[in-house]
Ligand binder design. Structure first.
Ligand code: 3AM
Length: 171
């Protein structure tokens, strides 16, 4: 199973991110992420066997993370493979700590793949035709979070579908 850990936006925020995705799509083209797939990836685990996936799901259910609030105030892009995203101008210390803490746990399960750098972002477009546009709307969002979700990414030929497997305890 292809798994990742993410923050999932509450419905009001998801709508506002969706509106930004619409604006970006109108200007940059590419494939707009569906509203129900919008998320902040904290850790990409890759392919994991069923037994380990079950263990990880149990562990996530018993986990409590510190509540936090992430400020989104910037557009960004990754040239390859044409990703347009929103995130923060400044590094967010609480998210960095959460990322480190989650990877400590994943590595205790011998999971490889801790990246050398974590750039928190919400992907809005993939395979964008233009990566930068002057007239994108101002980003000014606050994301209050208190829960991490373990997500199964199912790729059945079309765009990936994301199915939540387990959520940490709400704090
Ligand atoms: O949150 P975003 O959309 O940036 O790009 C994939 C997506 O990130 C990323 O994991 C998230 C859920 O699919 N991803 C997919 N394959 C990856 C890989 N091999 C990967 N991240 C790192 N390495």
């Amino acid at each position: 199973m292809r798994l990742f850990l993410a923050l999932v936006p509450p419905p009001g925020l998801r709508e506002r991110l969706g509106a930004l995705a619409d604006a970006a799509h109108a200007r940059c083209g590419g494939r707009r992420m569906p509203d129900e797939s919008l998320h902040l990836t904290l850790a990409f685990l890759g392919e994991v066997g069923d037994d380990l996936a079950g263990e990880l799901a149990e562990e996530i259910r018993s986990l409590a993370i510190p509540a936090g609030c992430w400020t989104l105030d910037a557009w960004g892009h990754f040239r390859c493979p044409g990703i347009v995203w929103v995130g923060g101008h400044r590094p967010d210390a609480a998210l960095q700590r959460l990322h480190e803490r989650l990877w400590d746990r994943l590595e205790a399960h011998q999971l490889p793949g801790r990246p050398s750098r974590f750039i928190p972002h919400v992907t809005l477009l993939r395979r964008a035709e233009r990566l930068e546009a002057d007239d994108l709307p101002h980003v000014d969002l606050e994301w209050s979070y208190n829960q991490v979700t373990l997500i199964h990414s199912i790729n059945d030929g079309q765009a990936a579908r994301y199915v939540p497997l387990a959520r940490s305890r709400a704090t």
